[in-house]
Ligand binder design. Structure first.
Ligand code: BG6
Length: 316
C-alpha cells in the first residue's frame, strides 16, 4: 500500500481513496472529466462516469457494500466459475476476495501522451482458497480509462501450478439503462444461446435486435466481438468490444426474481441490464506456465454515431 499511496496525484488523474469499510479504491480520471473507480474488494469496477458526470453502471440502492459479498452492480470478475457450473459458490470466488496492487507493474500507469490512465491489480490464491480450488494461479487485471472516457479491462490469468486447470470467466457488467422496455441489443441476432431459465437448453435467436419484456438469463455463444446496447431514452448506446471472450451473457431478473433478491430493489430491474463478455460454454484450459488474456472495452456513444463505432476492434 505504501508505494501506491505515494502515487496519489489528482493532477495526473489518479486518486486513491478508501470506502466506508476502509477498503482501498482507485479513481481514474480523464482530462475531459470522465472517471472510473476500482475497488480492491473483488477487483470490481464500482463506478464509470462520462464527462458530464453521469453514472453509466448500475448499482443497486439495496446493495450491501460490505465484504465479503460483491456489491450488486458495477463490473464483477467472475472466475474461476460462472454461475453454478462447478462446485464453487456462484460466479466463483474472485469477486469476493481482496485483490492487491500489482508489484510487478507500476501500480498506476498513464501512458506518455496522457491519453490513457490505468491501474494494475493482482489476485493470487491464499492457502484457504487453494482448499476450495486446488490450482495455483496469478490473475492480473488492468483497468484503463481513455481520454474520451472509454473503459477497458484486460485480464491475464496464468497457470503457476504443476498441472493443467480449466476455468470459466465473465466480466459481469451491470449497465445503467433508462427503461429496460426501451432498450435493445444488436449483434446477437441469429446466434445460438443456452437458456439458463430452461436448464441451459440450446435455442437459436430468431428476432431482429433483442428486446425485453420478461426475465432473461442467456448465454449467447460464439458471438461477434462487437455488441451494442441501444438506449433510446438516454440517446446513447453502449458499444462492447471484446477479445478472447467468445460468449455474451444477457441477464435481467424482471419483476418476480427481483423480489427474491435481498440486495436488489423490487423495481430496479427496469434500470439495469447485465451484458457480460464471457467464456462460459467452453472452459478455458491452461497448461503449466500458460497464460490466457481476455479483453473488454466499453464505450458510451451518442445513438446517432453508434453505427460508426461498430466496425472498430478492441484498441488496447
Ligand atoms: C447472471 C446469471 O450473470 O448473474 C444469473 O446469468 C444470476 O443466473 C445473476 O442470477 C446474478 O447472480 P448473483 O450471484 O450476483 O446474484
Amino acid at each position: 500500500m505504501g508505494r501506491f499511496a505515494n502515487s496519489t496525484d489528482r493532477s495526473s488523474g489518479l486518486e486513491v481513496v478508501r470506502d466506508w469499510n476502509g477498503v482501498t479504491q482507485v479513481v481514474l480520471r480523464s482530462p475531459k472529466g470522465a472517471s472510473a473507480r476500482v475497488s480492491l474488494h473483488g477487483g470490481q469496477v464500482v463506478s464509470w462516469k462520462n464527462d458530464r458526470g453521469e453514472e453509466l453502471l448500475f448499482t443497486s440502492s439495496k446493495a450491501f457494500f460490505k465484504p465479503p459479498n460483491a456489491t450488486r452492480g458495477g463490473i464483477q470478475m467472475c472466475f474461476p466459475q460462472f454461475g453454478y457450473s462447478g462446485t464453487l459458490e456462484r460466479h466463483g470466488f474472485a469477486r469476493n476476495l481482496f485483490w492487491a496492487l500489482d508489484d510487478e507493474h507500476a501500480p498506476i500507469n498513464h501512458n506518455d501522451n496522457g491519453s490513457k490512465v490505468s491501474v494494475d491489480l493482482i489476485l493470487k490464491p491464499s492457502e484457504d482458497d487453494l482448499k476450495c480450488w486446488p490450482h495455483c494461479f496469478e490473475f492480473r487485471l488492468r483497468v484503463f480509462l481513455s481520454k474520451d472516457g472509454d473503459l477497458s479491462l484486460i485480464s491475464r490469468i496464468r497457470n503457476v501450478n504443476g498441472k493443467p486447470f480449466s476455468f470459466s470467466f465473465a466480466y459481469h457488467t451491470y449497465l445503467s439503462v433508462s427503461d429496460i422496455s426501451e432498450v435493445r441489443i444488436e449483434g446477437l441476432e441469429t446466434l445460438d444461446y443456452l437458456d439458463n431459465l430452461s436448464h441451459q437448453e440450446r435455442f437459436t435467436e430468431q428476432g431482429d435486435a433483442i428486446t425485453f419484456e420478461s426475465e432473461v438469463d442467456r448465454v449467447y455463444v460464439s458471438s461477434p466481438n462487437v455488441v451494442a446496447v441501444l438506449d433510446h431514452e438516454k440517446k446513447h448506446s453502449f458499444v462492447i468490444r471484446k477479445e478472447g471472450l467468445p460468449d455474451v451473457v444477457v441477464w435481467n431478473p424482471w419483476e418476480k426474481k427481483s423480489r427474491t433478491m435481498v440486495d436488489f430493489g423490487d423495481e430496479e430491474y427496469k434500470q439495469m441490464l447485465c451484458v457480460d463478455a464471457a467464456a462460459v460454454e467452453r472452459a478455458i484450459t491452461l497448461k503449466p506456465g500458460e497464460e490466457w488474456t481476455g479483453k473488454m472495452e466499453l464505450s458510451a456513444v451518442s445513438s446517432t454515431n453508434c453505427s460508426d463505432h461498430l466496425d472498430h476492434p478492441v484498441s488496447i
